[in-house]
Write a protein that binds this ligand. Structure first.
Ligand SMILES: Cc1cc2nc3c(=O)[nH]c(=O)nc-3n(C[C@H](O)[C@H](O)[C@H](O)COP(=O)(O)OP(=O)(O)OC[C@H]3O[C@@H](n4cnc5c(N)ncnc54)[C@H](O)[C@@H]3O)c2cc1C
Length: 467
């Protein structure tokens, strides 16, 4: 009999627990206990149902391109609940000198693939447009060191592209700044394109020529989610687990190798296991592993995390009709706002709000989140309302009135920042942790912050231990 402890009940830990439960039911000789410090399972996957709206406190969807989360949804019986984003309305606006400007068609992250829309867009100056044209002639380039996303993008397209697009786009995903994120860890595909093609523009066009969706095969939606919200994934997994194996309100203080296995210390008690999966954010993992290996613990502790705040607000039909079309807007830091982004949820996932309501999801992260962190929820809603009015213009009268509801969700250091040198750090972590038998690591600190990557990391941790 293998007894395995899972520490952390977010989606990474739950995915691991699901795999162990499947093995248990298939009469494999395995047992597991999942320890979660808070009173609920799911970690940052949290959904509230308010006034007919599906309000996501944490992630609202995941990228369709990465299959692991949708696969797990199907395995737990949620296949018929999977929904795609309403890409017919997929427009994003960027606040540019106080005005919302639509991102031009054909822009793949920051790489233009259609000349005309980018050439005509007021989003970029002529200087940047010229850089885009010149970029098409960049020769292949072997770079043998990591660099920041900002440096990489600036090398290709100039500073304006960093400030106006790369930085706000990445803030929406990592909550961090492009000047500290690693291009190899965060934009691996682009780094590879530079190596093989030199020009990202040419590489992107070559890749697009290979993938052609015929008239019968439409491109899949960019984002996938669940009809009743992301928390339903956590709930469906939990409903398939052995309740006796789930310990909430049980923070693990430390783990320690002992007698060929592991001791997990919780409060004044200790439990013995054969193996442990640590499915925690880097700093929490560092803390739990401090008695196991100080080197491993300090590498994990060095993975930076930022805090984020989401604010869900509901408005009436007048606001809905007055908003620009599309999925929402991003705010470059240079615009001097505290908000980093807002999603028009009723457009992105239409059934998440009644047809006569607007559902907005506003986002603060990193330094911007810290700048409002200590305010009361009411004050944070005040900041959001003021900035929404400034950004969306005084012509939407309904925005002056109080929202029909507003909810604030704070996430302390939940988003990993893959800093320059992250992949080298991962190598050191792997060397250190594989030398310790019976220990596996899962979570968003390693090879992907998104829900699909976390699911994959949880499931792979089980394979690592049991094969
Ligand atoms: C606001 C926000 C929006 C996001 N949006 C998206 C999105 O749209 N799409 C997407 O794909 N990803 C998104 N992400 C990222 C993604 O949701 C997370 O990276 C992922 O869910 C993390 O899961 P996890 O299980 O690794 O960690 P967590 O969810 O952080 O879970 C870790 C768990 O461990 C518990 N814990 C901590 N210490 C201990 C201890 N000592 N003992 C026991 N338990 C402990 C915590 O209470 C927590 O429940 C978003 C993240 C945030 C914060």
């Amino acid at each position: 009999m293998s007894r395995i402890a899972i520490i952390g009940g977010g989606i990474s830990g739950l995915a691991a627990a699901f795999d162990l439960e499947q093995r248990r039911q298939a009469a494999h000789d395995v047992e597991y206990t999942l320890y979660e410090s808070s009173s609920r399972l799911g970690g940052v996957l949290r959904t509230e149902y308010i006034d007919g709206c599906v309000v996501e406190a944490g992630p609202d969807s995941f990228v369709t391109e990465k299959p692991w989360a949708a696969d797990l949804c199907r395995l737990v019986g949620l296949g018929d609940q999977l929904i795609g984003s309403n890409d017919a309305d997929r427009k994003t606006h960027i606040l540019t000198r106080g005005r919302l400007v639509e991102m031009p068609d054909g822009l793949m992250f920051m790489v233009p693939t259609k000349i005309l829309p980018t050439g005509l867009s007021p989003l970029f100056s002529w200087k940047t447009k010229l850089r885009m044209a010149q970029e098409l002639f960049h020769p292949p380039r072997a770079v043998n060191h990591d660099e920041s996303v900002a440096d990489f993008v600036e090398r290709h397209y100039g500073r304006e592209m960093v400030d106006r697009l790369a930085d706000p786009l990445l803030s929406g995903v990592y909550g961090g700044e492009s000047s500290s994120l690693s291009v190899r860890a965060v934009l691996q595909r682009f780094a590879e394109m530079e190596r093989t093609h030199g020009s990202l523009g040419r590489a992107m066009l070559a890749a697009r020529r290979k993938v052609s969706y015929g008239p019968r095969k439409a491109a899949p939606p960019l984002f996938t989610s669940l009809r009743n919200g992301m928390q339903s994934l956590a709930e469906a997994i939990v409903s398939r687990l052995n309740p006796a194996s789930l310990l909430t309100n049980t923070p693990v203080k430390a783990i320690q190798p002992e007698s060929g296995g592991w001791t997990v210390s919780v409060g004044g008690q200790a439990e013995h296991f054969d193996a442990v999966i640590v499915a925690l954010p880097g700093p929490a993992a560092a803390d739990v592993l401090r008695n196991v290996s100080s080197d491993l613990s300090s590498e994990l502790g060095a993975i930076q995390y930022t805090s984020s705040i989401t604010v869900g607000l509901e408005y009436d039909l007048e606001v809905r009709q007055g908003l620009p079309p599309g999925f929402g807007f991003l705010v470059p830091r240079g615009e001097g706002k505290r908000l980093l982004a807002a999603t028009f949820v009723h457009n992105k996932f239409p059934h998440r709000a009644p047809g006569d309501r607007a559902l907005l999801r506003c986002f603060f992260a990193g330094n911007n989140a810290e700048s409002v962190w200590d305010l009361t929820d009411e004050q944070i809603v005040g900041v959001v309302r003021e900035e929404l009015q400034q950004i969306l213009g005084p012509q939407i009268h309904g925005l002056r009135a109080a929202p029909l509801f507003a909810r604030v969700y704070k996430w302390k250091r939940a988003m990993a920042q893959y800093g320059v040198g992250h992949l080298e750090r991962l190598q050191r972590i792997e060397t250190l942790h594989t030398a310790i038998p019976g220990l596996a690591l899962a979570g968003n600190g390693y090879r992907g912050i998104g829900v699909p990557d976390c699911v994959r990391s949880g499931r792979e941790s089980v394979k690592q231990l049991l094969t």
